[in-house]
Write a protein that binds this ligand. Sequence first.
Ligand code: NAD
Length: 275
Amino acid sequence: HQNRQPGMETDMHPRPEYEGAYLAAGKLRGKVALITGGDSGIGRAVAVAYAKEGADIAIVYLNEHEDANKTRAEVEQEGRKCLLLPGDVGDEKFAQQAVKQTVDELGGLDILINNAGEQHPQQEIVNITTEQLERTFRTNIFSMFHFVKAAMPHLKQGSAIINTASVTAYKGNPTLIDYSATKGAIVSFTRALSMNIVGKKGIRVNAVAPGPVWTPLIPSTFDAEQVSKFGGNTPMQRPGQPEELAPAYVFLGSDDSSYISGQVIHVNGGDIVNG
Ligand code: NAD
């Protein structure tokens, strides 16, 4: 994340018309949501939409930086509380602490959004080091086990868990082999966990599988040519904006999806994927 570009617009990708005409209806009034990777990109848009819907927010993110404060300011502007929890999602002890602090300071936990993720492009599989492999799996999927385990004692009937998967779980990405594998694991994890807890505890578990979304992750991990083509292969022929992802998370976190669990919602510019 050394080359983060928080503004997100580039000459190649002027922000498409999206006025953030999000109509809040109080669907998450009184709820507390913990969002990993809620400082930036998709997580930030979800945090702001959740705040508009009436939820207090805890944000877990990797490093102290401006984005987290910016997100907090946006949440507070909606009149909601925002707790900032810097730390590594791959660290189980930190996950336990982060959940405890959320419950202590915000009064409970109703919705867990496992959204933090990282990627390291590589051209050939022989160049993927074991160190990188372990890191990607630790951040993208081990973290979900840590946070779900920490959250379980606090989640109750009607609570929701939402995991951020990816279109790469279904189609693969030839330069993101380890990343694609973690995202496939997230889909299986979502299904198995739902079957494990939805009947017994009434906690719903679903995933969102984004296609190409224009966030700071993209210019920080891809070269100029990849960036210029980013999103061009989707039926809509453009990348999505983070605000176009948020409504799916609101739906899956609210009672509007009370009979939906173990599913994946694809928010990907119209790509048809199997599975
Ligand atoms: P982003 O870089 O804007 O946000 C991700 C955030 O995750 C970072 O800001 C960071 O704070 C957090 N994070 C990363 N590693 C962490 C760690 N070890 N501990 C704590 N926090 C950590 O990227 P984004 O595009 O908004 O990505 C959000 C999720 O969406 C990721 O899971 C990503 O894989 C997924 N996704 C993104 C796209 C896309 O095109 N942008 C497509 C499919 C899926």
